[in-house]
Design a protein around this ligand. Structure first.
Ligand code: KOT
Length: 840
């Protein structure tokens, strides 16, 4: 390729080719240049927002240079690439991460200071990129960081939502949703108006016979919507590899207006068409672990899958390799079932456009896809109505039926005595209307299926996909326990702890190899180390206390035990158990003598998280927390002994402040419901202990940190079914007296009008207590008591937290990515591993 460009031309380009800033002076020059030219501002009207914009643009220039280099190198080397299809990427802020990953933290800090700004203030000007609901989207973001850091040639594909997850406000103790329009100024995205894909919807299928007599199908006469690519650079840490996140934006295929309509006087209709097209990528669905079956959501899914696959196939075809090489060049990982339509879409391309035979197309497809399951809860499993799919994607429905036909034939042949299995494993559920079981399609169309923590992967094998284990054998089903990136969740969120560890381990290499943390354990008795570790935790608590004062107006004492539960509000995550426990604590305090009160461990209960806008029960939990806070925080009998804080609008950048400040965090889902959880890992890595059920990754955290360094309670997953049964069919059940007292207090109006809370209480007392709050309440309260006692011995507590931190190496997302690469994609990092100069 290079030889095709004349020598002189190459020389001229080389001479003027963009250079990356290296020194503080060059950094400052770039920032000032952008502020003065790109932004048309000056020294005299440069506020923090402009300083942020200038800094981001300077950093962006640097990223682009390495991004171009990476993409060029990958184009030449043409290695196997991995594509991560996820409808959610919960990225948070990019600037701090970019500065850290290119190794310019000190340069940028000093440079900004010389220009008159504090780095923290500049960084906090950035809006979060909040294209996700919670754990699933944040996992995708951690994976991108690890893939780039480990030099894997990887692309993320998603939608460019105009509105990310809504901003949460609290009015009179109730959640109010405010739209999150985040694209006003987004220096991290690059519109690629030349990279577009036309995506079809509706229409019909025509069969025809080609010249050789072969029967073919063509999907035609549909409505076309254009996908436009927007790219964002994903820099790895300590490497020059800078990968790509490609987001698709929808627009009308005829551009701004349909001029035929426009000129014939149908102005409104032409604008309406345009708006309808743009609606596809307008908004992120705000439901976590819930399937609502809305047509627009299906449109989003297909639009994104079709555009991404077209792009992937286009890239593959450039290499001129044979189709049988496809799965050696391309690995596509499906983040839950949301991208499952990619399976029939690849089949459609191979059969209808490339003319491959069914068997070859199918073996390529199966070898290409891997599927990650994130939940076994029935209400989250996607099932699309057959009439809806028929209407929107007629050819795909045919292909799905054909896949099902081949699959059921195979099952029938291999399990002739188990005919009743056929309806159980059929992709089509025989309901009214019939529905497509997307998880089954994903299993059948992939070569590997994994769960996200050991218990969850066991449940995947023994419950929802039990029959498929029998059909395909156990090797198709595996586990990859989730992880988190230590760059954001240790170094960025807790720079002082990262520095302390680095001072003992001789540098920051542990950020690339988190197992090195085990060496920290040698310092558990080192007085100087302990002193600094304790001071860091205290400083992080002071920071959260200041934040709480500033945004909630509530004064909390940083010497109290900080107890934190931040995550999406969901009945299965049981924030209601937590707040009932808080009410119980309040009632106990109220009934104590002053002498007894003097011995109580002061505590602050922090909550945070969004409820899906249509999820009434979750919204009532938020309301109850706020109402309890109002009463408890104002009660002069209680003072500092108990404070209750609801931190509104929990998001990634707030998590970076909240996570390092816990003494205890709560991960208390009904056993068997939380597939993994990832905030549990973040809290422990930052020197907090956890109270948790035997669920998700809590179990592996226990195995790693040791039983003495975690507070487990509650019933086990294996007993859940029987307990639920007992609620429905057992003798009239006796509520624990202290939980009864909590309910009586709520009903008496102590926390305001009890009406809104009746649903919460009734679901436990009258409707079978599906999430087993009453079964676990006693053991929960007792365990909280143990925590109060344990916390009083501050030295022993400190020992536990340091020990736990040193044993968290396993939970790096780098480890996950290596496991995925080996087991699922058979992907190896390119031989030429680029390290940033002078780093390691
Ligand atoms: C399901 C449907 C729509 C939106 C989100 C989901 C979803 C999210 N399903 N599971 N999750 C969470 O995924 C995390 C990452 O694996 C897990 O840590 C967490 O336990 C899941 O609840």
């Amino acid at each position: 390729v290079e030889a095709s460009v004349p020598e002189e031309q190459r020389e001229a380009w080389k001479k003027h080719s963009a250079k990356e800033f290296k020194t503080k002076d060059q950094f400052e020059a770039d920032v000032v240049r952008h502020i003065e030219t790109t932004l048309a501002r000056s020294l005299f009207n440069c506020d923090e927002a402009a300083a942020y914009a200038g800094t981001a643009l300077a950093l962006r220039d640097r990223l682009i240079i390495e991004w171009n280099r990476t993409q060029q190198q990958q184009t030449f080397a043409d290695p196997k690439r991995v594509y991560y299809l996820s409808l959610e990427f919960l990225m948070g802020r990019a600037l701090d991460n970019a500065i850290l990953n290119v190794g310019m933290k000190d340069v940028a800090k000093q440079g900004l200071e010389e220009l008159g700004f504090r780095m923290e203030d500049v960084i906090s000007q950035e809006r979060d990129a909040a294209l996700g609901n919670g754990g699933l989207g944040r996992l995708a973001a951690c994976f991108l960081d690890s893939l780039a850091t480990l030099n894997y040639p990887a692309w993320g594909y998603a939608l460019r939502y105009r509105y990310g997850i809504f901003r949460q406000e609290i009015v009179d103790g109730y959640q109010v949703e405010v739209p999150d329009y985040w694209l006003d100024f987004n220096p991290w995205e690059f519109p690629r108006h030349d990279v577009t894909v036309d995506v079809q919807f509706y229409g019909g299928v025509r069969k025809y016979t080609d010249d050789s007599g072969k029967q073919l199908s063509v999907w035609e006469n549909g409505e076309i919507v254009t996908a436009v690519a927007y790219d964002a650079p994903i820099p790895g840490y300590g490497t020059r590899t800078t990968n790509n996140l490609r987001l698709w934006s929808s627009k009308a295929s005829h551009g701004e207006f349909d001029f035929t309509k426009f000129n014939s006087g149908e102005y409104e209709a032409s604008v309406a068409d345009q708006q309808r097209a743009e609606t596809i990528s307008a908004v992120l669905y705000p439901n976590d672990s819930l399937d609502r079956g809305k047509e627009l959501r299906l449109k989003q899914q297909y639009f994104w899958c079709a555009a991404s696959l077209f792009d992937i196939v286009r890239r593959f075809k450039k290499s001129k390799k044979a189709w049988k090489e496809f799965a050696n060049q391309v690995a596509i990982q499906l983040n839950d079932t949301h991208p499952t339509l990619a399976i029939p879409e690849l089949m459609r391309i191979l059969l209808d456009q490339e003319g491959l035979e069914w068997d070859e197309a199918w073996s390529i497809t199966q070898a290409t896809f891997g599927y990650t399951n994130h939940t076994v809860m029935p209400e989250a499993l996607e099932k699309w109505s057959v009439p809806l799919v028929q209407h929107l994607l007629p050819r795909h429905l045919q292909i799905i039926y054909d896949i099902n036909f081949h699959f059921l034939q195979y099952v029938e042949r291999n399990f002739p005595k188990e005919r009743e299995m056929l309806s159980r494993v059929s992709i089509i559920e025989e309901s009214e209307p019939k529905r497509v079981r997307m998880a089954f399609l994903a299993v059948i169309g992939s070569h590997k299926v994994n769960g996200v923590a050991e218990l969850h992967s066991d449940l995947v094998r023994t419950t929802i996909f039990k029959d498929f284990v029998k059909i395909y054998g156990p090797d198709k089903f595996t586990n990859v326990t989730n992880g988190i990136t230590p760059r954001r969740w240790l170094h960025q969120a807790n720079p002082r702890l990262s520095a302390l560890i680095a001072s003992k381990l001789g540098g920051h290499e542990f950020l690339r190899d988190l197992n090195l943390l085990h060496k920290v354990e040698a310092y558990v008795d080192d007085e100087e180390f302990r002193k600094e570790f304790r001071a860091i935790k205290y400083a992080n608590k002071v920071r959260l206390a200041e934040y709480t004062k500033a945004v909630e107006g509530i004064t909390v004492n940083p010497s109290s035990l900080f107890d934190i539960q931040v995550k999406r509000i969901h009945e299965y995550k049981r924030q209601q158990l937590n707040i009932f426990g808080v009410i119980h604590r309040y009632l106990e305090l109220k009934s104590m003598s002053p002498e007894a009160r003097a011995k109580v461990q002061p505590r602050v209960s922090f909550f945070g998280g969004k409820a899906a806008p249509g999820y009434w029960m979750a919204k009532m939990v938020i309301h109850l927390i706020n109402q309890v806070g109002k009463v408890v925080n104002a009660d002069p009998d209680i003072g500092d002994l108990l404070k209750v804080v609801f931190l509104f609008d929990y998001n990634v950048s707030k998590a970076e402040i909240i996570t390092p400040a816990s003494d205890i965090s709560e991960h208390i889902s009904t056993a068997g419901t939380e597939a993994s959880g990832t905030s549990n890992m973040k809290f422990v890595l930052n020197g907090g202990l956890i109270i948790g059920t035997c669920d998700g990754a809590n179990i592996e955290i226990t195995r790693e940190v040791g039983e003495d360094n975690i507070f487990l309670f509650g019933n086990l997953a294996e007993d859940v079914e029987d307990l639920r049964h007992a609620h429905f069919y057992g003798d009239s059940f006796q509520l624990d007296p202290s939980l009864q007292r909590v309910f009586d207090t709520i009903r008496s109006g102590t926390f305001g009008d009890a009406g809104p809370f009746s649903g919460l209480v009734d679901s436990i007392v009258d409707h079978g207590d599906y999430y087993l709050v009453s079964d676990d309440f006693k053991s929960y309260v007792e365990t909280q008591g143990l925590i109060d006692e344990a916390y009083k011995d501050q030295e022993a507590w400190l020992t536990r937290t340091i020990t736990a931190v040193s044993r968290m190496g396993f939970f790096s997302s780098d480890r996950c990515i290596d496991e995925y690469a080996e087991m699922i994609c058979e992907l190896f990092p390119p031989l030429a591993v680029w390290r940033r100069e002078g780093w390691f």
